[in-house]
Ligand binder design. Structure first.
Ligand SMILES: CC(C)(COP(=O)(O)OP(=O)(O)OC[C@H]1O[C@@H](n2cnc3c(N)ncnc32)[C@H](O)[C@@H]1OP(=O)(O)O)[C@@H](O)C(=O)NCCC(=O)NCCS
Length: 142
């Protein structure tokens, strides 16, 4: 990974995120960014390279001063270290003593391996979270 800048999201980034990144025109992604735009509880960090957005992570502050939830993480090109950079930024943001949780589809092997490599531990399993979609829950204490 070269020259990738990790920075906070700005409203001007929305067009590129929704219409030019992989997974473009995803309604779900659009809904998540409405939360980032409208609520102080949601923070987004971006990976930018040569003015192109290469990835993002959205974190929700659950409001007790300790607990945070990763809503979504996505990169344009996998296995180049951008996911790791984004998660490290989240760790800096949440700071020591914080607790981070997330859920991932049980068939999303790449993400499961990624989160486990980042130090998250499996904490639960929900069958039928949505129709035809089971989830594993992960967490980490910093
Ligand atoms: C999950 C995701 C963000 C990971 O980002 P990434 O940039 O590919 O991950 P990195 O390159 O930083 O990987 C860091 C480490 O995680 C582990 N890892 C990541 N992907 C892996 C895979 N497919 N298999 C095995 N280990 C993996 C490795 O230990 C890797 O380190 P290494 O490459 O030095 O061996 C990416 O796969 C993605 O965008 N997936 C689609 C969206 C998604 O499903 N998001 C999760 C649910 S919100």
């Amino acid at each position: 990974m070269q020259n990738v800048l990790i920075r906070e999201y700005k409203s001007e980034d929305l067009q590129q995120i929704l219409h030019e990144m992989n997974g473009k025109n995803s309604k779900r992604r659009g809904d998540k960014f409405k939360l980032v735009e409208c609520s102080d509880a949601f923070t987004c960090f971006l990976a930018e390279d040569d003015s192109k957005i290469r990835g993002f992570v959205i974190v929700e502050d659950l409001g007790d001063g300790v607990s945070f939830y990763i809503e979504q993480i996505n990169v344009t090109e996998r296995r180049t270290g951008i996911g790791r950079e984004l998660i490290q930024k989240v760790f800096e943001f949440v700071v020591e003593g914080g607790h981070i949780s997330l859920c991932v589809n049980t068939d999303n092997d790449d993400s499961i391996k990624f989160f486990e490599a980042m130090g998250f531990q499996r904490s639960g399993h929900t069958e039928g979270y949505r129709r035809n979609q089971d989830k594993y829950w992960y967490e980490i204490d910093l």
